[in-house]
Design a binder for this molecule. Structure first.
Ligand SMILES: NC(=O)c1ccc[n+]([C@@H]2O[C@H](COP(=O)([O-])OP(=O)(O)OC[C@H]3O[C@@H](n4cnc5c(N)ncnc54)[C@H](OP(=O)(O)O)[C@@H]3O)[C@@H](O)[C@H]2O)c1
Length: 257
């Protein structure tokens, strides 16, 4: 079968875990050179070993970086270009999903979620767009949430961060289509990622709770998986989607927030 990402360089912020990790391995299988962005060296090494052991494709390259600092975003993009000469696709996945009612949210929590979920996304996008303007375009995929459309009551700062991400992706789609830069938003469904499980642990809940009680919130009656998400993201990165920009792809099993 035709591979979808041959001759493409794909950068995944938050490529060490969850959906980001799955996008890394699926992009490798589709023929891409892939950069894994993140902080967790051991997790990145594990992915690289998995790719080698299974002969999935080209060995991914890890850029260890803290994207909450603008310099960290610049490093992710600069190191990727230094390694492969260009970037054709960028996936913004790094993020956190903390809980908090508006009337209880402290400045510290607000700053933490905004710094990673939107400031980092904004500055990584800055350097990606700057590069793609020079190289003739590319595809950007922002991993968002149903909470971005208003959100549930206990996710105030998180919802605001994902709403701002919606504006960022639309801003790029609207203003850079003429430069062949595509920008799309994936509304990620409820997945038992390492981040989600860590968050549920703080509520004394576990995977079993997610799969029994949690799924009652999802119309389709099951948790989403990383495998549900990667094909849609790979499609948006590929030339099959060469006319697709400014769209929101819902992979939520019907869940809205
Ligand atoms: N899980 C869900 O149900 C769900 C639903 C909707 C949307 N989302 C979205 O999915 C994204 C990930 O959330 P998650 O909790 O599910 O994550 P996850 O799969 O556990 O992965 C989080 C990723 O973000 C990276 N990351 C975190 N802080 C970072 C930092 N300061 N600098 C660089 N990389 C950093 C982590 O890499 P390192 O550990 O290597 O630093 C990791 O690869 C978020 O944008 C969230 O809004 C999740």
């Amino acid at each position: 079968m035709e591979k979808l990402l041959v001759n493409k360089v794909i950068v995944v912020s938050g490529g060490t875990k969850g959906v980001g990790r799955e996008v890394v391995t699926e992009s490798v299988k589709e023929g891409a050179d892939v950069v894994i962005g993140g902080r967790d060296q051991a997790a990145a090494d594990k992915i690289i070993q998995e790719v080698i052991d299974n002969n999935y494709g080209k060995t991914p390259y890890f850029v260890k970086t803290q994207v909450t600092q603008v310099e960290g975003c610049k490093k992710l993009i600069d190191d990727s270009i230094a390694k492969y000469g260009r970037i054709d696709g960028y996936v913004n996945y790094a993020g956190i999903l903390p809980e908090g009612y508006l009337y209880e949210t402290e400045e510290e929590l607000f700053d933490k979620v905004i710094t990673l979920n939107i400031k980092a996304a904004f500055f990584c996008a800055k350097y990606v767009v700057k590069h793609m303007l020079e190289t003739g375009g590319g595809s950007m995929v922002f991993v968002g949430s149903a909470h971005g459309y208003g959100g549930e009551k206990d996710r105030a700062a998180y919802a605001v961060s994902k709403g701002a991400l919606l504006t960022l992706y639309k801003h790029i789609a609207k203003n850079y289509a003429e430069d062949n830069i595509r920008s799309n938003y994936v509304v990620m469904g409820w997945v038992a990622t390492p981040g989600e499980l860590a968050f549920r642990e703080t509520q004394n809940r576990d995977l079993k709770w997610l799969e029994t009680e949690g799924v009652k919130y999802i119309p389709m009656g099951r948790m989403m998986t990383v495998e549900d998400h990667a094909p849609g993201i790979v499609y948006l990165l590929s030339d099959k989607a060469s006319a697709v920009t400014g769209t929101e792809l819902n992979i939520t099993g019907g869940f809205t927030a």
